[in-house]
Design a protein around this ligand. Structure first.
Ligand SMILES: Cc1ncc(COP(=O)(O)O)c(C=O)c1O
Length: 415
């Protein structure tokens, strides 16, 4: 149990040596997926897991892709509250509305679920440095876990990153490179840098790191007394939250630990909704869209290349849907959450509630459906409504040469 049994391409099925360093398929280019050995997990193991006094994400060890407990880097992530939102539910006409409050994770966003695993894996591999490109939340999270592990962290951020998130990442001692470009161009530069410098990337192309968000499924399952909800609505950028939560519930279903599967919903800003567009068009792949400005800046990803196609596939398999929300709906959801449920979320983190309201209004979710909204980022991270430029004085041009020069100047050994 708890061991990786296979590394495979989820698109074309090609298999790889799990002890090797492959991340993408040589045949079709898709990001690889891994499978953890769940043989031997029976009723007794289930009962032992539920009775265990251990708390947090790592208590789900048999489902995690790590081999060595001594390498775990934990800040106490996981086990976030599942709150029944009575007042809010009444207002929206949802009698069984629940909020999964991930704003209370150690760095204030859902990213701690994946980075706890990603950085622990880096420690297992013995790499000295972890790197990430981010709209801000992953930056702060990777920086914090790297600090706890004693690893160097290189963080690349696009032009418009909320001040709170930049400050947070910098506070942990990460080496920050601000790029004078939007997220998608910054991500391209990051990919080139990973190839050029051999960095360990704590990103959605890292199959180990991606397993961390499966913990959503295990926690919800336990919190709901062994049930699955009818609907899970997730603020969506790259698509990992949808993909991993769905995978976690499928594992529980295969083990016979849960009787049904949830319908997965991706919530995106209308200003940047590539996954919604792919879902609506019936396409099996996701096309790049122009990422327009939105208050939901953390999920402003125009080309979710790594996992977007899997999110669309899983939404369809689950019988779910994908919703694009207008700016006013997102802001209203953030305010409703704060005023009627006592949770202060950043706009992207509240967009799931906007989607619940819309789907209820359209009659897609019925008043009795057990509906979970993932609330994924704390409000203090982006207290200003619109994104403001990172305070870093001199962003670089989005080219590998500029990055090379910056690394030479400021971080001479960062390779
Ligand atoms: C607050 C917040 N919610 C949701 C997401 C979406 O994550 P995913 O990549 O899992 O779709 C992000 C990702 O950046 C985020 O910062």
């Amino acid at each position: 149990m708890g061991q990786v049994t296979s590394l495979f391409c989820p698109r074309c099925g090609r298999t790889y040596d799990p002890t090797g360093s492959h991340e993408s398929c040589e045949g079709c280019g898709a990001v690889l997926e891994l499978a953890v050995n769940l043989d031997g997990l029976g009723r007794a193991e289930r009962d032992a897991l539920l009775a265990s006094p251990e708390r947090g994400l790592f208590r789900w060890w048999p489902f995690l892709p790590l081999a060595d407990r001594a390498c775990v880097v934990s800040l106490g992530e996981g086990d976030t509250p599942l709150l029944q939102a009575g007042r809010l539910g009444e207002r929206l006409g949802l009698q069984r509305l629940y909020l999964k409050n991930d704003t209370v994770l150690p760095t204030g966003s859902l990213k701690d679920r994946s980075n706890a695993i990603g950085v622990s894996r880096a420690v297992e591999l013995g790499v000295p440095l972890v790197a990430v490109v981010s709209t801000g939340n992953a930056a702060a999270s990777v920086a914090a876990y790297a600090a706890a592990a004693g690893l160097r962290a290189i963080i690349m951020l696009p032009r418009e990153t909320a001040l709170g998130k930049v400050t947070q990442a910098a506070a942990h001692g990460a080496e920050i490179v601000a790029v004078d470009a939007d997220y998608d161009a910054t991500a391209k530069l990051f990919a080139a840098a990973v190839r050029a410098f051999g960095w360990y990337a704590c990103l959605s192309n890292n199959p180990y790191r991606n397993e961390g968000k499966k913990s959503y499924a295990y926690e919800l399952w336990e919190q709901l007394g062994g049930e699955a909800p009818e609907w899970i609505i997730h603020p969506t950028a790259g698509g990992l939250g949808v993909v991993a939560t769905w995978k976690g519930f499928n594992e529980l279903h295969t083990l016979g630990w849960v009787g049904r599967l949830p319908r997965m919903v991706a919530a995106q800003a209308a200003a940047c909704a590539p996954i919604v567009e792919a879902y609506r068009s019936g396409s099996s792949d996701v096309q790049a869209v122009l990422a327009k400005a939105t208050v939901a800046e953390s999920i402003r990803v125009g080309y979710p290349k790594s996992l977007g196609w899997r999110a669309v596939r899983d939404i369809r398999k689950s019988g779910g849907t994908a919703v694009a929300l207008e700016e006013a709906e997102i802001i209203e959801a953030r305010d409703l959450l704060a005023r009627h449920a006592g949770i202060y979320a950043e706009p992207a983190g509240a967009i799931s509630l906007a989607a619940a309201a819309r789907l209820r209004e359209e009659g897609i979710i019925s008043s009795r459906d057990l509906t979970i909204c993932m609330i994924t980022g704390h409000g203090l991270k982006q207290a200003e409504l619109r994104a403001i430029p990172a305070p870093l004085a001199s962003p670089i041009e989005p080219t590998l040469d500029s990055l090379r020069r910056r690394l030479e100047q400021e971080h001479p050994v960062a390779r």
